[in-house]
Unconditional design. Structure first.
Length: 760
């Protein structure tokens, strides 16, 4: 008798795929088996293969995704051999997993499902208030997996032996924990212990309850979760936390009890609600309401909000009076998030709530901005990683990213997989994290070596050094890709554009090493996967002191006012520099590296207006400016009357210094109240952006191109996007935005990879 082998490809591991396959086969009265092959799930049935696939698609578990299905006829003898016996095939079985090629995406960590949440809160259930409650439809996945196939022995749950009741659930095909690899209960699972500031264990059975009491009492603590640790306290302790953390202004994320509580502090539209309640449970940046404490995100118009996603979070809110907790990644400044229990004590907080399950993969919370139905990922990590994206090539390529907000991207057999968020590799330990995370992802995908390693042009990036070392180790070719071209390519890939297509693109950010040795960042590119042309750019200006100018915005103002022919002493806030320092900076300016960065222009604008005169975290001045641009009106005329000119390299240049001269003239008349600042900011940005879009639109029309894209870190600025989109549409063209790949430097590795993969 002939059987049919059905092979399912996609997200098929750790998502309840085999149990569902088993139940559907039994419901149809089929004989055969289901088996996990490492890269796919194989189902063999004796008949009704098309009907089986149709029924299975309707019963698909919530975390599963079918991307392809293959069919093959097999002999009954082959089926008997797979089942391990020579007798007639009777009924339907789940057979032991076997290793195969490793093409299947590893499932991401997802929020606790509703049935598990009900059990958690049911005082009669045996898992009542058990923090590690999960089933085949939810829980930690990527953060606990050592290897594939996804079986308990390959997770950090392997040391927790199932009790008889859990084992019965695991073996019962009708139970939703049937073959759930990470299940446990209070008898056999991980446990939390509470330690005081002196590292003394003060509570075990009541550890979470005692932690909640201490939080309500105003203490700050570190809490171990799935993919790392968080520093936690009530909103009222924000000032103390900032002082302790030496983080005077960088925004803190807030976990709220429920969606109604979120709505008290922030505006939640339909798209934001879908995101914040999704199984991925990201931190969502939402417009803040007046009652939201300013200290949570000083000077900004939004606040990072998220909802409980683990059993621990729900239990804390059950035990606490507070409706919201600051919950921010536990890491020393610039370092990776902590993983090991011993590391937690080094923070010196009031308490540590730690469990005894190992974290295999560090995975930060994802951060996303909802915009016009799209998702702007600031950080794509927990809940989404790894997420395979189709690419038009089969080469095995490793891309290293830039320097900040880094991840790695690996391609194999027509799919591209990005690692979790790594961080800023200027720090040695972050570089070690990237090395580990990259090799781990290669191992899971079954990639012993790659054919190409892609790096940024910048000669001093640590990612370049690591990439070069790995290329030597693998015998791979090193490919260099310009930073802003990589941004443009990532946007094309995000929108499913093919190898022969091109776009016009505003590729705008803080810094990227240009092909001419200067620092780019305000670029209008004609781009495809095969190459790019710099069609337009901002006028460059001196970055006095290099990175020191990034950290000291008054230097940017001085450079631009001097270039505009304005005496910097006429600036209302000239005291921020002082005569002695200014004299030194003026001497340094002629030999300083020059930049065309839009990010730095916005920093200078923020500083000039007194909105953001200092920088304590990446992008702070420009981020503070965003709220003013959003509420301002374009009442001031900024067109300076001088025609745009052709610069060297043929790029059309938007002159920036004359805009600062006009800004200075308007500011002397308008005064320094908040309304005047907002109008000046809006007018300045409107003029600048419209000129950049017009350069892109003119070239698009000449080339027969219909799309103008927005990418790079500045494209997180929503007022900037709104202004640009309106002008693009006025020109009769289509705006192109990100959705799956981060707009900022977290998308560079994907762009690098697709460029290298498309090279002839």
């Amino acid at each position: 008798m002939e059987f049919t082998r059905i092979v399912f490809y996609g997200v098929v591991q750790g998502v309840g795929f085999r149990p569902t396959a088993y139940r559907v086969a039994n419901a149809l009265g089929l004989r055969g088996y289901v088996r996990n092959n490492g890269s796919n799930v194989e189902v063999v049935v004796d008949r009704m293969a098309p009907e089986y696939v149709e029924a299975f698609r309707k019963a698909l578990p919530p975390l599963a995704r079918i991307e392809d299905v293959g069919f093959e006829e097999v002999a009954e003898e082959t089926v008997r051999k797979a089942l391990g016996h020579a007798r007639e095939v009777a009924g339907f079985s789940i057979v032991h997993s076997k290793s195969g090629s490793r093409d299947s995406p590893i499932p991401a960590d997802t929020a606790m499902c509703e049935p598990c949440r009900r059990e958690l809160l049911d005082s009669k259930d045996r898992r009542h208030l058990f923090p590690f409650t999960n089933c085949t439809d939810c829980g930690a996945r990527f953060s606990v997996i050592r290897d594939v196939p996804y079986d308990r022995r390959n997770t950090s749950m392997d040391e927790f032996r199932l009790c008889p009741e859990c084992l019965e659930e695991y073996r019962d095909p009708e139970d939703r924990r049937f073959h759930a690899q990470t299940i446990s209960c209070p008898r056999d699972g991980p446990r939390y212990t509470l330690y005081d500031s002196g590292r003394k264990a003060v509570a075990k059975e009541t550890a979470v309850q005692e932690a909640a009491r201490r939080l309500d009492a105003g203490q700050m603590g570190v809490v171990k979760g799935w993919g790392g640790m968080h520093i936690v306290c009530r909103l009222e302790e924000c000032g103390r936390l900032r002082e302790w953390y030496r983080r005077p202004a960088k925004p803190f994320a807030v976990m709220f009890r429920d969606l109604d509580t979120v709505r008290r502090f922030a505006r939640v539209d339909e798209q934001a609600e879908r995101l914040i309640t999704s199984i991925q449970r990201p931190i969502v940046l939402l417009p803040r309401k007046a009652r939201c404490p300013e200290l949570l995100s000083p000077g900004l118009g939004n606040v990072g909000c998220y909802l409980p996603y683990s059993g621990l979070h729900y239990i804390l809110f059950v035990r606490m009076r507070a409706d919201a907790l600051i919950m921010t990644s536990a890491n020393p400044a610039g370092e990776p998030m902590l993983l090991e229990n011993e590391e937690a004590f080094s923070l010196g907080l009031d308490f540590c709530l730690l469990h005894d399950r190992n974290i295999i993969n560090r995975c930060d919370d994802s951060v996303v901005i909802p915009f016009r139905g799209r998702r702007f990922f600031i950080r794509k990590s927990r809940g989404w990683v790894p997420d395979g994206i189709a690419v038009p090539y089969r080469e095995r390529i490793l891309a290293m990213g830039a320097e900040r907000n880094v991840n790695s991207a690996i391609s194999k057999d027509g799919k591209l997989y990005a690692s979790q968020y790594i961080g800023n590799t200027t720090r040695y330990n972050v570089g070690l994290f990237q090395d580990h995370a990259t090799r781990y992802l290669m191992r899971l995908l079954g990639i012993p070596k790659v054919e190409k390693v892609v790096v940024d042009l910048h000669p001093q990036y640590s990612t370049r050094r690591l990439g070069t070392q790995m290329a030597q180790e693998f015998g791979a070719r090193v490919v260099e890709v310009q930073h802003h071209w990589a941004h443009a390519a990532s946007l094309m890939l995000d929108n499913g554009l093919g190898a022969g297509e091109r776009i016009m693109c505003l590729s705008v950010d803080g810094a990227g090493f240009g092909t001419d040795g200067t620092v780019w960042g305000g670029e209008v590119l004609l781009a495809g996967y095969g190459g790019f042309e710099r069609a337009g750019t901002l006028e460059d200006f001196p970055l006095i002191g290099g990175d020191a100018a990034v950290k000291d915005p008054p230097r940017l103002v001085l450079a631009l006012l001097e270039q505009a022919g304005v005496d910097w002493r006429e600036w209302e806030l000239h005291g921020l520099i002082g005569d002695e320092k200014a004299a030194l900076l003026e001497k340094m300016a002629p030999t300083a590296v020059r930049t065309s960065s839009l990010g730095r222009v916005l920093d200078a604008l923020a500083c000039y207006l007194g909105v953001g005169t200092g920088r304590t975290y990446d992008g702070e001045p420009a981020m503070r400016l965003e709220r003013h641009i959003a509420i301002g009106e374009p009442l001031c005329q900024f067109v300076h009357g001088e025609p745009r000119h052709e610069g060297k390299r043929g790029a059309r240049v938007v002159e920036v210094a004359p805009l600062f001269r006009r800004l200075h003239e308007h500011a002397r008349k308008a005064g320094s109240n908040e309304k005047a600042k907002a109008d000046l900011a809006r007018s300045f940005v409107e003029c600048l952006v419209r000129q950049m879009v017009d350069i892109a639109a003119d070239r698009a029309e000449a080339e027969g191109i219909r799309r103008i894209g927005l990418t790079g870190g500045v494209s997180y600025n929503l007022p900037f996007c709104e202004i640009a989109i309106r002008r693009i549409e006025e020109r009769g063209l289509e705006p192109l935005l990100h959705d799956r790949i981060p707009s900022g430097d977290g998308g560079i590795s994907a762009g690098q990879n697709v460029i290298a993969g498309s090279a002839r």
